[in-house]
Ligand binder design. Structure first.
Ligand SMILES: [Zn+2]
Length: 235
């Protein structure tokens, strides 16, 4: 009789163990099934895809680095080859070589006819802003490259703005039509900025987030300078 009782107790214990294990397994399977039904993380619709037509003109990878931080800024610049070719300062090949050889870079270059060149993909940090500071973003001191997309516009500033880059004699050789910005460049810039702002929630379309190099590196840099008309890009 005692032995029978013992067997019954053992039988009940084994049964309980099976029931508990069964419930546990069922719960696990249910959670796995739920997980498999969850949608994979996808970029929100087409917004993440660049919709602007660009001409790919990649600089070597050594001129940039992988982006880690989410960009919150756009920095506008001007660039040209006025030092070497004051009469033909806007050849894209020359701009490319200047960046390549100096080890600096930009994400985009906007040509005189409004064509947009991609020099460094947005998922990489381009070396365009260098040292500087923004009063609203003290944590970005000398680090704006990591938080920004750089756009260089093929343009030349005033004689005074160019004085640290080219001698006055060279400036005098530049056709006055080549000084300043073209309407096609403003149009292209509008399209590019709208596209960027639509894809990065951290970049607001205002003057706190879209800045000139001369505002970040005041005293050291003069681009995009006084000839750049911010109102033409709605800012
Ligand atoms: Zn600049």
């Amino acid at each position: 009789m005692k032995k029978e009782m013992k067997n019954i107790v053992i039988g009940i214990i084994v049964l309980i163990v099976f029931i508990v294990a069964g419930v546990h397994l069922k719960q696990r399977m249910a959670s796995q099934l739920a997980a498999s039904k969850e949608k994979p993380v996808e970029p929100s619709s087409s917004k993440i895809t660049k919709s602007v037509e660009t001409i790919e003109y990649d600089l070597p990878l050594s001129n940039s680095e992988k982006r880690v931080e989410h960009p919150t800024h756009v920095v506008l610049h001007f660039t040209s080859n006025a030092l070497n070719k004051p009469q033909d300062p806007y050849l894209i090949e020359d701009a490319y070589d200047i960046f390549k050889e100096s080890g600096v870079s930009t994400n985009y270059v906007i040509g005189r006819s409004g064509e947009i060149y991609s020099f460094v993909p947005e998922n990489r940090v381009a070396y365009h802003a260098g040292k500087g500071s923004l009063s609203d973003f003290p944590e970005y001191n000398d680090r704006l490259n990591y938080y920004s997309i750089g756009i260089e516009i093929l343009a030349i500033g005033t004689c005074e703005e160019m004085s640290t880059m080219i001698p006055v004699e060279n400036f005098d050789l530049i056709d006055s039509d080549l000084v300043g910005y073209t309407e096609a460049q403003y149009q292209a810039l509008n399209v590019l900025i709208e596209d960027i702002v639509g894809r990065y929630p951290g970049i607001k379309k205002n003057r706190a987030h879209i800045v000139g190099h001369d505002e970040y590196s005041t005293g050291r840099k003069t681009d995009p300078g006084s000839l750049f008309d911010w109102s033409k890009i709605g800012l």
